[in-house]
Write a protein that binds this ligand. Structure first.
Ligand SMILES: [Zn+2]
Length: 174
């Protein structure tokens, strides 16, 4: 864990054991820098009986097919973020159907909230974070090998993608 300067008073933070966990604390003012996973909203979208995936442009898992996803921002709810990410990354307006899952892991600094949804407008087009959009019929998803040299986040995200797309890979659809 790298120490930083206190956001409250500018003193150099030290790592202290607080509530039996290592945390950065400011020796001058006592401020504790809690670290929390950042929430990510994910949309598992059905469009005309097909699953919508984007090919990721950036790490983690660059070049892998994945559901559209992105950070939840202050000023929006998680469902609103799911709808926004779908619009930005694949050009589709969506209606949320149900929560698909909440995914987190101790050594990963994001937390994914995934919803199943269906399109209600727009047409599939790749946005900023995607190099292409793909539509896949049930049972016809592209096989993707687990990353061999990746980070913990890469391996975890690969598992999350497998889990949220499991009904589609099995051929039963969303
Ligand atoms: Zn301080």
């Amino acid at each position: 864990m790298t120490t930083r300067h206190c956001s409250q008073c500018g003193s150099r933070m030290v790592v202290a054991s607080i509530a039996e966990r290592p945390r950065e604390q400011c020796p001058a003012c006592g401020f504790i820098a809690y670290r929390n996973p950042a929430p990510v909203a994910m949309a598992v979208i059905e469009h005309e009986q097909q699953l919508v995936l984007i090919r990721r442009r950036d790490p983690p898992l660059a070049n892998y097919w994945a559901p559209p996803a992105g950070y939840v921002e202050t000023g929006e709810s998680v469902p609103e973020a799911v709808i926004r990410e779908a619009r930005e990354e694949c050009g589709l307006e969506i209606v949320l159907d149900e929560l698909a899952g909440v995914y987190s892991q101790a050594d990963v600094d994001v937390l994914i909230v995934a919803y199943r949804a269906h399109s209600s407008g727009g047409r599939p087009v790749a946005g900023d974070d995607a190099s292409e959009v793909g539509l896949f019929s049930p049972g016809q998803l592209p096989p993707q090998k687990a990353p061999v040299a990746g980070t913990a986040t890469d391996r975890w995200l690969h598992q999350v993608i497998l889990d949220v797309t499991a009904p589609w890979r099995a051929g039963t659809g969303g």
